[in-house]
Design a protein around this ligand. Sequence first.
Ligand SMILES: N[C@@H](CCC(=O)N[C@@H](CS)C(=O)NCC(=O)O)C(=O)O
Length: 202
Amino acid sequence: MLPILYSYRRCPYAMRARMALKYAGIQVEHREIALRSKPHSMLLASPKGTVPVLCVDGYVVDQSLDIMRWALEKSDRDGWIGVDEEISQAWIEKNDGPFKVLLDQCKYPNRFPDLNPQDVLNSAIELMLKPMERALQSSKYLMGNKMSLVDVAIFPFIRQFAAVNPQRFEGLPFASVKAWLNQHLESDLFNSVMDKHPTWLD
Ligand SMILES: N[C@@H](CCC(=O)N[C@@H](CS)C(=O)NCC(=O)O)C(=O)O
């Protein structure tokens, strides 16, 4: 029986999990969910109710990074996990923690009427975009000249950040980040995990 992946096409956490599974050559039964009406079978497996959720051989992996690592342990032909653990962790924690908070504040300014959108943007730039630009000026990827788990884990969030206001993003002085983002956006790997699936019904 194939592992089951509960996923949501536009969720950045699900995207990184799907990319790692695809890269590792792991076939899954894809169950596309509607966030407003989550399937009972998914909530039974993982009551916290977030995607992605991978159900495999009677156990459940319900954090996107754990799904990535699970996949890479099975197969990692280009060495996505052979990078410094501490530095990788620092990038990913910054992305998933404070940058994700700022990303949501950029995406939904109406939910944060007390915040000044320009201050939010500046904070996101200082926290993430500037350090990324510095790293990507000296190497093609965040952890060196080879793609790693870190690039794939962070890319879907930078994609969302750019999409909040594409014109504004284009105007930012981060040529290396833009080239890195475009490379991922145009990659076969990314495009192969963006197929549309009908919504799964239990
Ligand atoms: N820490 C989780 C976060 C996953 C997450 O927050 N996914 C969002 C979609 S992007 C979700 O399922 N939210 C539940 C909801 O909106 O009801 C992970 O890394 O897998």
